[in-house]
Design a protein around this ligand. Structure first.
Ligand code: NAP
Ligand code: ZN
Length: 352
């Protein structure tokens, strides 16, 4: 074991503080990574504040962070894909059994024995996993991804969660040229959803509660922007969408969006609000519409997404912060005041 610098919270109401955590020494299949940037996902906030206590209670101290980009510092003797000095990335998953039908089909995120990057039992240390708000991490090479050299690294980190979480359902539900696609909530996930829908050639409509994000939405690739609190603007789009991606982090009226789908249209939730949503079944049955969910993406698809971003020069729009500003960043994220992802410059941890 060795000591790594990190930032953790010690309870649902505590601020982040500088700390030291124990990481395992790389075993033969492990890659040790010096973390250069880590994005701040709203899931980090949900978990730091124990907002998902029903589904996945937070174990404290908690070190969040699952949008990790860095440089390989050491590899185990059996590692073949990486060597010291390579760029590398880690997302929400750090392990799975590799043998179940889900793993064999490339859906490690649905493996009953998967391990999330933080706040999950850690079979190596006997404690819980610690995430990317840290200067280094050790991960089995199966869960380490390659990053194109042409991409800006601060903007690449958020691809590891916000990127794959929006890319995967759009691929699954066939977002292509000729389709009308909605993205609800222009936050970290939503703005990546807009970039992908646009890159896939779809007619892309953003639904936002923030009129001041209109110009940004168009710049990011939207063809139209609807202020969702305006019922008249919403009504103009009734029955017209093939697919809608909902990336809202809070309670909201999903039925208003179900009404906007065509026959056989689908709305997929990737946002994970704390409380259950109320769904009108009539909205679904009258046009055979469907309502579904999606969780990040498998490892092969995450690499496919990163390669797609490399080819199309797609990164997240980030506000880079030193780790010392993290408490302020959380307050701003809670009130949707970020354009459009905070990315922590981990060099700032050196002074702690
Ligand atoms: P975020 O940056 O905070 O964005 C959420 C956006 O939702 C806000 O920017 C805002 O957009 C909109 N919004 C916020 N409060 C709202 C309200 N009361 N009513 C309507 N709209 C509201 O969060 P994020 O990092 O993108 O994450 C979004 C959600 O996805 C979180 O719940 C997160 O845990 C979840 N998530 C799920 C997965 C998965 O695998 N399924 C992966 C990552 C994250 P406007 O200002 O445009 O309205
Ligand atoms: Zn995330």
């Amino acid at each position: 074991m060795y000591n790594a610098k990190a930032y953790s919270v010690s309870s649902a109401t505590s601020p982040f503080e500088s700390t030291v955590i124990a990481r395992r020494d790389p075993t033969e299949h492990d890659v040790q990574i010096e973390i250069l940037f880590c994005g701040i996902c709203h899931s980090d906030l949900h978990q730091a504040r124990n907002e998902w206590s029903g589904m996945m209670p937070t174990v404290y101290p908690c070190v969040p962070g699952h949008e990790i980009v860095g440089r390989v510092t050491r590899v185990g003797s059996a590692v073949t894909k990486f060597k010291a000095g390579d760029l590398a990335a880690v997302g929400c998953l750090v392990d799975s059994d590799g043998t179940c039908p889900e793993c064999k089909a490339g859906f490690e995120q649905f493996c009953p024995n998967m391990t999330l990057t933080y706040n999950f039992p850690d079979k190596h240390t006997g404690g819980v996993t610690y995430g990317g708000y840290s200067d280094s991490v050790v991960v089995n090479e199966r869960f380490v991804l390659s990053v194109s050299k042409n991409l800006d690294l601060a903007g690449t980190a958020p691809l590891l969660c916000a990127g794959i979480t929006t890319y995967s359902p759009m691929r699954h539900w066939g977002v292509t040229k000729g389709k009308k696609v909605g993205v609800v909530g222009l936050g970290g996930l939503g703005h990546m959803g807009v970039k992908f829908a646009h890159a896939f050639g779809a007619h892309t409509v953003v639904f936002t509660t923030s009129p001041n994000k209109k110009e940004d939405a168009l710049r990011l690739g939207a063809d139209e922007v609807v202020v969702s609190r305006n019922a008249d603007e919403m009504a103009k789009h009734a029955g017209s969408f093939d697919f809608i991606l909902d990336a809202v982090a809070a309670e909201h009226d999903i039925n208003a969006y179900i009404q906007l789908l065509k026959r056989d249209g689908n709305i997929t939730m990737v946002g994970a609000p704390e409380k259950p949503l109320s769904v009108s079944v009539f909205g679904l049955i009258f046009a055979r519409r469907s309502f579904s969910g999606s969780l990040i993406g498998g490892i092969a698809e995450t690499q496919e997404m990163l390669d797609f971003c490399g080819e199309h020069n797609i990164t997240s729009d980030v506000e880079v912060i030193p780790i010392q500003k993290i408490n302020e960043a959380y307050e701003r994220l809670a009130r949707s005041d970020v354009k459009y992802r905070f990315s922590i410059d981990m060099a700032s941890l050196k002074s702690e």
